[in-house]
Each structure stands twice: as structure tokens, then as C-alpha cells.
Ligand binder design. Structure first.
Ligand code: XMP
Length: 516
């Protein structure tokens, strides 16, 4: 069942900021979807979008192999906004000329608005200037027939264009980035002025529509869900629980690699605050045994991933007439974005992704239209506590990949205690939420120290705190020295077996966030 009646279609030409366009549109409470630029015209028609956005992209429209969407989309009578490459493509497909710019524009530029209708409605008249953000090596040299200029910049005589009579507009700058100070005005004007959308995409409407859709899909069957305590699985479980109550069975696997008190707090919340069916599988001994003597990071990941699937499968079989598996797949995992760069696997991430093939269950993925920040809003709407919603990401293989070398009970105890201190101090300093992740890593070396006149020869803990937007890239957090000092003092004083703390100042790339 299609629960989004009004939608904007974004065609992706490979820009770094395509997802940002989607977020900006959704911030205006309008639903949108990103699809590859080559989406067939018939599919576009079937989708019946209120408007279409053509994204930017790294190619030049005049290159023979440049990506092109079906020009038929301009004839649908649907408003189209071309952004950067999208505007150049519109120009070229209507018979205008795009060329390599002698003076390229990267970064901030002043946009002089000539026409305060359409995209620029509500802005100051009389050629007012506004800061925008540009990133282009090509520019529109000659307008196509029937097009007019609506804004210029120093190096772009056609910085914004519009069709005389059709709802087709293009901008050379990027309205989706924060440095374009009139970005939201431009997007709002497109959505509400040109496409006549209404701001109806709210979390309440999402919950209502999804509850109905899940009930219809599941009927009297049963659904199983792997509950990890992370935001995504907690939100999935809460949403489905609201829809079908006791027909949902959540399986929580305690692999012994969780942080201190984590299992207890997850189970307490769901058991005390909801009527969710939660089956707790204590698999601590199993995992620890499997991991005995294993130091290789990939081996650890494989053992944990396979172990999880095995246990989950065994438990799921015990639930009669389970037909569906609920997963917390998010929109960024779903978008079939156009990539002009090949992907290489650096680490085999452990997720529940491999399960359906093995188990022949049908999937329910209620979050597949949402971005992470939308999932958080949904969680709040569903009544999940803020601590659960705004927690930092925690990897599937848990503390196993934060203990470099072999995993033992003793080493797990050290990392757990250090982790508690890091999180406590980050929260006390008010930096927990704004930091993407902050955690301790136990190193497989010992160093010499001195404590109370005694020589010590003990472990080193590395502190890893990073800022990031999506974990694809990250930079080490520039934490205040006194906070670093407090964390270090507390770990050395309170965690037996540690006499040195070091701070990791590597970015990603070339480092990764986790050490293994
Ligand atoms: P890296 O270390 O690759 O981590 O820079 C990027 C983000 O992913 C998390 N991470 C994982 N998450 N299963 C997960 O669910 C995994 O196997 C896994 N490995 C890393 C990591 O914590 C960071 O947020």
C-alpha cells in the first residue's frame, strides 16, 4: 500500500549532496524519494510526483557518456527544478549551450536576483544580492529558446533560469547546502508555490499510515524481530508492536559483548514500559567460547555474525507460524544512488541482512523511507525515552572489536569499566549528543608506569571520540583538555589493570572509527 500520496521525485545524477536535497524537502514536511537518473518515463508517470528535482552531478552534459534522464519528463506538466548539473541538463535538452567555464565557481558567491517570482518569490526586489554556494566547472553559456534568466552571479550570467510558460526552473547554485542562505526559501517556493504541495508529512501521519499498512500486510500471521537495543530496532519493534501487539515476537541475543548494564536496561524498558513480547537469549558463554583465542578482526566479525544468525534461527523456529521478519533498514541503505566511484569492502559489517535468505521469511521494513534523524523523531512520537533515542551508535560485534587481540572475561571487564567512565564524563561535559561516538579501546600492550612509588606494568586504553554526520567520514573530536584529563585520570584511578590512556587523533579516512 502506498502511504505517501503527495511526493517529490529526485533524480540522482551522482551529486554528493543528493541526500541533502531529500532532507531539505522532508524538513518542509513534504515526502520525497531519490531514484537514479535513468528511471523510465513510464515509472515516473506511475509515481505521479507533484514535482521533480534533477540533482547535481560530477559529469559534464556535453560529454558523450554523460548521464541523461528521459527528456519526456519535461512534457508531463509537472514542475521541474534542475540543480547545477540538473539545470545544465535542462538547458542542453532544450537546445541551449553549456560549456566549460573559464572562471569556475567553488564556494560562496553573491547571487543577484532579477525576478522575484516563482523560485525567488518573497525575496527583496531591485536586484538584491544573496549569499549562495556554488560548485561547478561548467556553466550555461546560452539559454535555450523560451527560457529567461532570473538571477546572475559574478561568474554565472545564467545563475538561475526559468521557462517562459512552463513550470521548469534551474539554478546553478546549491539550495540544499547550509551556506546558501536563501536555500530554504528556494526549496519552499518550489514545493509550495510551484508544486502546490501541502506540508503533511509528519511523524504522526507516518505512524497512523504505517500501523494500518502493517495490520493489512500481516493479517493474523506472526512477525519476528531482532531487538538489539539500538535506536533502529527499538523503533521498529515499538511501531510494529503498536500495530499488531502480541503477534510480534522480539528476540534479544545477549552475546556477552554488550556495554555495562545494557542488556538489563533494554529488557527493563521493554518489559516495564511496553507489552512487547521479548525473548531474552543468554548466549554469553556460547560467544565467548567461540571467540576464545581469536585475535584477527575479520575472524571475530565472522564468528559473531554467524553465531548471531544461528541462534536467531534456532529461536525463530520455535515461534509457530512466523511469516515475517522485521528489520530496521533505513532510507540511506535503500537509495540506489548513482555512484561514479567503486566501493570496496573495508570491514564486513555485521547486521541482520543475511537472515531472510536463510529463513525464507518475508521482510517488513517500516523505516525504509526514513533518514536517521526522522527515525529518532518517530521514536519520540512512539514514546521511547530520550536516552534510547539519542544514544551514540554501537557496532553489531559490540566490545569485541574494541578489544584489540584476544577477548577474555578480564579484558571485557576492563573495557566495560573504561566505557562507563568515558560516557559519564562526556555526558557530564554536555558533549555526548554532539559527538558521533566516544568510546574506549583496549590495546594489546602493556607499558611501564609508577603508582604510589611502585613500578607498574599494565594495559593501555585508547580513547576514540569522533565527529561525523554519517560515519562515512569522521574527524577526531577536539575535546577540551580538562575533559581529556578527567577521563584519563578516572580510567587510570578506577580501572584496575590500566596505567596509561592515549587519545586517538586520526581522521576517517585514512583511519576508521572503530579500531578493528
Ligand atoms: P568504521 O569503523 O567502519 O565504522 O569507520 C563506521 C560506523 O559503523 C559502526 N560499525 C558497525 N555497525 N555492525 C554495525 O552495526 C558492524 O559490524 C560495525 N562495524 C562498525 C561503527 O561503530 C561506526 O559507527
Amino acid at each position: 500500500m502506498d502511504i505517501q500520496t503527495e511526493k517529490i521525485l529526485i533524480l540522482d545524477f551522482g551529486s554528493q549532496t543528493t541526500q541533502l536535497i531529500a532532507r531539505r524537502i522532508r524538513e518542509q514536511k513534504v515526502y520525497c524519494e531519490v531514484h537514479p537518473y535513468h528511471l523510465a518515463l513510464a515509472e515516473i508517470k506511475a509515481m505521479a510526483p507533484q514535482g521533480i528535482v534533477l540533482s547535481g552531478g560530477p559529469k559534464s552534459v556535453y560529454d558523450a557518456d554523460s548521464p541523461k534522464s528521459d527528456p519526456g519528463l519535461f512534457e508531463l506538466g509537472v514542475p521541474v527544478l534542475g540543480i547545477c548539473y540538473g539545470a545544465q541538463l535542462m538547458t542542453s535538452q532544450f537546445g541551449g549551450r553549456v560549456e566549460h567555464a573559464v572562471k569556475r565557481e567553488f564556494g560562496k558567491a553573491d547571487l543577484e536576483v532579477l525576478n522575484t517570482e516563482g523560485l525567488f518569490a518573497g525575496l527583496e526586489p531591485d536586484r538584491a544580492k544573496y549569499q549562495v554556494w556554488m560548485s561547478h566547472g561548467d556553466r550555461i553559456e546560452e539559454l535555450p529558446p523560451d527560457f529567461l534568466v532570473s538571477a546572475v552571479s559574478e561568474h554565472s550570467p545564467q545563475a538561475a533560469i526559468r521557462h517562459e510558460s512552463k513550470p521548469l526552473v534551474g539554478v546553478q547554485f546549491h539550495p540544499e547546502v547550509a551556506h546558501t542562505l536563501i536555500g530554504n526559501d528556494v526549496i519552499r517556493n518550489f514545493l509550495f508555490g510551484m508544486c502546490h504541495c501541502s506540508p503533511k508529512w509528519t511523524m504522526q501521519s507516518f505512524v497512523d499510515a504505517n500501523i494500518a499498512a502493517i495490520r493489512e500486510k500481516v493479517g493474523k500471521d506472526r512477525v519476528i524481530c531482532a531487538l538489539s537495543g539500538g535506536v533502529d530496532s527499538s523503533v521498529v519493534a515499538s511501531l510494529i508492536n503498536k500495530a499488531i501487539g502480541k503477534q510480534l515476537f522480539c528476540i534479544y541475543v545477549d552475546n556477552g559483548l554488550m556495554r555495562s548494564g545494557e542488556t538489563e536496561s533494554v529488557l527493563r524498558f521493554f518489559r516495564e514500559k511496553t507489552d512487547l513480547n521479548v525473548i531474552n537469549i543468554d548466549a554469553r558463554d556460547y560467544f565467548l567460547k567461540q571467540l576464545t583465542g581469536v585475535s584477527n578482526p575479520e575472524k571475530k566479525r565472522k564468528i559473531i555474525g554467524h553465531g548471531f544468525i544461528k541462534i536467531f534461527e534456532e529461536e525463530a523456529k520455535k515461534i509457530d507460524s512466523a511469516k515475517y521478519l522485521a528489520q530496521g533498514t533505513l532510507y540511506p541503505d535503500v537509495i540506489e544512488s548513482v555512484s561514479f566511484v567503486g566501493d570496496t569492502v573495508i570491514k564486513s559489517h555485521h547486521n541482520v541482512g543475511g537472515l531472510p535468505d536463510i529463513m525464507k521469511l518475508k521482510l517488513i521494513e517500516p523505516l525504509r523511507d526514513l533518514f536517521k534523524d526522522e527515525v529518532r523523531l518517530l521514536g519520540l512520537e512512539l514514546g521511547l525515552p530520550e536516552e534510547a533515542i539519542y544514544r551514540q551508535p554501537f557496532p553489531g560485534p559490540g566490545l569485541a572489536i574494541r578489544i584489540i587481540g584476544e577477548i577474555t572475561e578480564k579484558r571485557l571487564a576492563i573495557i566495560r569499566q573504561a566505557d562507563v567512565i568515558v560516557l559519564e564524563e562526556m555526558k557530564r561535559a554536555g558533549l555526548y549528543r554532539q559527538t558521533w561516538q566516544s568510546f574506549a579501546v583496549l590495546l594489546p600492550i602493556q607499558t611501564v608506569g609508577v603508582m604510589g612509588d611502585e613500578r607498574t606494568y599494565e594495559h593501555v586504553v585508547a580513547l576514540r571520540c569522533v565527529d561525523s554526520l554519517d560515519a562515512m567520514t569522521a574527524d577526531w573530536s577536539k575535546l577540551p583538555y580538562d575533559l581529556l584529563g578527567r577521563i584519563s585520570n578516572r580510567i587510570i584511578n578506577e580501572v584496575c589493570g590500566v596505567n596509561r590512556v592515549v587519545y586517538d587523533i586520526s581522521s576517517k579516512p585514512p583511519g576508521t572509527i572503530e579500531w578493528e
